[in-house]
Design a protein around this ligand. Structure first.
Ligand code: PLP
Length: 463
């Protein structure tokens, strides 16, 4: 990438630095190093302004499941733009893309989810889910059931309710968050959080005890819902240990706490099933999804609810005159048409079985990274995975965060032609488009492995 002093005042880089505020970016670093401008995409590759190719090892932000040049989705958007570029769904209005997408999504949903409400992002879907929990409990005469439990290291987005549930310090610091309805129980990260010598079973028991203690302390009659990603994405690609959700769900049932599955990353084939809930045996009352719903080509997300919740809400809405919630762009016809075509393409191309077919190679290559001294853990499922760096081989001793190792590795890997994501646990995540070929999987990991010996050397020099 160019250095800023090379940017002429009229360059795109200089204008970006001058006018554009970036999410999740250090403005001083942006000003010093300049932005990375991506101008083009083809398949699993994206190209920067100098024409250099990169394999998008994170499908953008865990989302572009069909890669970066799916013409069927472009056609669906164009056709809908020509027919009806906008209409809303307030006050009982609707249109065919919304109706057809709702039907398709509910038919593809895990059992027990019967109705869908559309939003525009994962964060909005989660905020909507929380408002539904409050509305529902108020409707059934339990208005004090307002607290929501999430897990440390969970990521649920950045709107006010969602960022309160996201239990990562960088999302809350400086904002005086979380809001006090949000409570954070322990994270199921066995590799990092198990005590020395603790078995998986004992670790799971301890997580459950933490949850029970929190429920007892707060009072079950004040807790409306529990929210969890089937596997945690941005917090570290943390897979639930065996027995975790099996033990957890009966606790929620016992205390009449609704279960929200945040499938914003896991949904639509990522873990080798349509839903992470199927992979891990979850039976949610509410499910949120986004991202791969439209292969990220246009913003759309959804909240799926059980009839129990929908019916409770309907009674309340009848009493109050309406369900007083919705966005101008709820069920926007163009993203809805693209999402519908995405779901059709998943069927036509048998994407789930394709993921199952190539996942073993992907997993073998990820786990193969465990041979490097600096890699303490290598894990994954389906087409998602991560490696976590450690200070000493075969240990879980972390490097001092001041070294910002994961960010440095991300840059090294990027220079080698793969875009991946640095994780808060000093790791890097892989989550490529679902259409990646076996050759491209090998190319991606070959490029990554071209820098890992240097990472090993670097780690030995850090205190
Ligand atoms: C599990 C999960 N939930 C919610 C969100 C928030 O989605 P968005 O960025 O579309 O608001 C994300 C984003 O990465 C996510 O990974």
């Amino acid at each position: 990438m160019n250095k800023p002093e090379m940017f002429s005042p009229n360059s795109q880089e200089a204008k970006d630095i001058a006018y554009h505020m970036h999410p999740y970016t250090n403005p001083a670093m942006l000003a010093e190093q300049g932005p990375m401008i991506i101008n083009k995409g083809k398949g699993v590759f994206v190209y920067d302004s100098e024409g250099k190719d990169y394999i998008e090892g994170l499908a953008g932000l865990w989302c572009a499941s069909f890669g970066f040049s799916e013409t069927e989705l472009v056609k669906a958007a164009t056709k809908q733009m020509q027919e009806l570029p906008f209409y809303h769904s307030f006050t009982a209005k609707t249109h065919n893309p919304a109706i057809n997408l709702a039907e398709k999504l509910i038919k593809a949903a895990p059992d027990g989810l019967d109705k869908v409400f559309f939003c525009n992002s994962g964060s909005e879907a989660n905020d909507t889910a929380i408002k539904m929990v409050w509305y529902y409990h108020a409707a059934i005469g339990k208005p004090e059931k307002r607290k929501v439990i999430s897990r440390k290291r969970g990521y649920h987005g950045v709107t006010l309710a969602a960022s309160s549930l996201t239990a990562l310090p960088y999302v809350q610091q400086g904002f005086s968050l979380p809001l006090d309805f949000a409570k954070h129980t322990s994270s199921p990260h066995y590799f990092q959080d198990a005590h020395d010598g603790e078995s998986v079973d004992d670790f799971v028991k301890r997580c459950m005890q933490d949850l029970e203690d929190m429920i007892a302390e707060e009072g079950a009659d004040t807790i409306g819902a529990f929210i969890a990603e089937p596997l945690m994405g941005a917090g570290g690609v943390i897979l639930p240990p065996k027995g975790y959700f099996e033990a957890l769900q009966p606790i929620l049932k016992k205390h009449d706490i609704l279960f929200i599955a945040d499938e914003v990353i896991c949904g639509f084939g990522r873990t080798g099933n349509m839903w992470g809930s199927q992979t891990y045996g979850l039976k949610p009352d509410i499910l949120t999804c986004a991202k791969a719903l439209s292969s990220a080509y246009l913003p759309i997300s959804a909240v799926l609810v059980s009839n129990k919740v929908a019916d409770g809400m309907a009674v309340q809405a009848e009493k109050l005159g309406q369900f007083g919630h919705g966005y101008t762009y709820t069920a926007h016809p163009v993203p809805a048409a693209v999402a519908l075509r995405t779901l059709e393409l998943m069927e036509e191309r048998d994407i789930i079985n394709y993921v199952r077919k190539i996942a073993p190679l992907f997993q073998e290559r990820i786990k193969g990274l465990g041979k490097y001294d600096s890699v303490g853990d290598a894990r994954g499922i389906g087409l998602i995975g991560a490696i976590e760096f450690v200070k000493e081989p075969n240990s879980r001793i972390k490097l001092d965060p001041k070294h910002k190792l994961a960010a440095r590795v991300m840059k090294m890997v990027q220079d080698a032609g793969v875009i991946i994501r640095a994780l808060p646990l000093d790791g890097i995540a892989f989550c490529p488009p679902l259409i990646i070929s076996e050759d491209e999987i090998n190319m991606m990991f070959d490029r990554v492995e071209s820098v890992l010996p240097e990472v090993d050397k670097l780690v030995k020099t850090l205190d």
